[in-house]
Design a protein around this ligand. Sequence first.
Ligand code: FES
Length: 61
Amino acid sequence: MYVCICRAVTDTEIREAADGGVHDLDQLADTLGAGTGCGCCRESAQAVIDEHIAECVSYAV
Ligand code: FES
């Protein structure tokens, strides 16, 4: 599913970026360009990052 329409970035791509060390919107903008257009997706993109990190932590415990 597209999270960032302006840059055509999907939730899967954001999760992969989080696996690669992306943990905030500035890093996401630098790696995928998400959030660098209209900005409407920034809250949703951060939520995808946060949820993915939380899932990874819960699997590790
Ligand atoms: S939808 Fe992501 S910057 Fe516009």
